[in-house]
Design a protein around this ligand. Structure first.
Ligand code: P6P
Length: 346
């Protein structure tokens, strides 16, 4: 059989192809994504040598989420901010690590996009060598203008308004998975370190409609309400006909758990619990975790719910608001939502 020439489709080619397919594309979006990819390559290099240099461990600081900040967290956050602030395509940024909007310094031109990100999600796993990730979400600002102070209203948009979303996964290999929504599908790219290029490895990812795996931190079982307990008990019950019990898989790193379920089928849930009165609606953040993954899973044929309705329909009121999250294979998430709404009793 003839040997395949070349290296396949690079992420740059893929983004350009998407741009060509979009008549009113200006190339601004392409520039934005390409610069974000450079930032991810720098982060990937540091993550992959974290064990070798003094970048492991904690800075001792506590972030806006009241979580201990790991050094790589700080590094990843700075890399993204520094690389993205000068490209002239953003009016502001939002990071899981920063309490307030990140303004674009006046020395740089502004643009009409908003970038939100979790620079290094799963950071508690950094020094035990478990996969971690960067999650990103991109919106167009609602009103174009060059006002110095971007009002919060420009950023607090429902997830359905995202123009792109995805994640980088720093695992056994570094991957990028993204979608531009509107039926464009979800595509995965694997970084070839020898080339320094992300190459198309998973074209048009579709999540199996039915799960085989459930992912939840069962250590929180006694903090859940009865509906949540009934739902997780359902996944664990023996019932050959409906392929139960499901396999339990929980890495404790959202991007790793989500990515496995995206490729193989599964439901991930981080329900609300009464463990921490400061986090009555669960631990995960709407704007920088739930929304981007909800767009990806929707484009892959799955579904994401907060237990009452679609994540992508939630009208945000705060930058770092949290939400319960049920995400993955469509049939299982729809069942979870019906149970949480009291429409279905298990
Ligand atoms: P728990 C990591 O800190 C994170 O935000 C997600 O990546 C992960 O899914 C979740 O928290 C794990 O939380 O409470 O199960 O340790």
């Amino acid at each position: 059989m003839e040997k395949k020439q070349g290296v396949g489709i690079t992420i740059t080619q893929h983004i350009l192809n998407q741009q060509r397919g979009n008549p009113d594309a200006t190339g601004a979006f392409t520039t934005l994504l390409n610069e974000l990819i450079v930032a991810a390559k720098v982060i990937s290099r540091e993550v992959n040598k974290a064990g070798l240099v003094d970048i492991l461990g904690s800075t001792g600081r506590i972030n806006v989420q009241n979580e201990r900040v790991q050094k790589l967290d700080v590094f990843a956050n700075q890399i993204i901010i520094e690389r993205m602030q000068h490209i002239g395509q953003l009016c502001c940024m939002v990071s899981e690590e920063n309490a307030d909007l990140i303004e674009i310094p006046s020395r740089f031109p502004k643009g009409n996009y908003v970038l939100l990100f979790d620079p290094l999600d799963g950071s508690s796993n950094i020094d035990v060598n478990v996969s971690i990730g960067t999650i990103f979400s991109i919106y167009r600002r609602k009103t174009s203008g060059s006002d110095n102070e971007v009002p919060l209203s420009e950023v607090l948009q429902p997830g359905k308004n995202q123009v792109a979303a995805g994640y980088f996964l720093y695992g056994s290999s570094t991957m990028m998975v993204y979608t531009t929504g509107n039926g464009a599908g979800v595509h995965g790219f694997t970084l070839y370190p020898s080339l320094g290029e992300f190459l198309l490895s998973h074209e048009l990812i579709k999540i199996p409609e039915k799960a085989k795996t459930y992912s939840v931190n069962e250590g929180n079982y006694h903090y859940w309400d009865d509906k949540t307990k009934a739902l997780v008990d359902f996944f664990k019950a023996r019932d050959k006909e409906t392929g139960r019990p499901y396999t339990s898989r929980y890495v404790g790193s959202l991007v790793a758990d989500f990515h496995r379920n995206l490729l193989k089928g599964g439901i991930f849930l981080y329900p609300s619990d009464n463990k921490d009165p400061k986090k009555p609606t669960g631990k995960l953040r709407l704007m920088v975790e739930a929304n981007p993954l909800a767009l990806v899973v929707k484009e892959a044929g799955g579904y994401a719910s907060d237990g009452h309705g679609p994540i992508l329909e939630i009208e945000p009121t705060e930058l770092h608001q949290r939400t319960p999250l049920f995400i993955g294979s469509k049939k299982d998430v729809e069942l979870a939502e019906a149970v949480m709404k009291g429409q279905t009793r298990l």
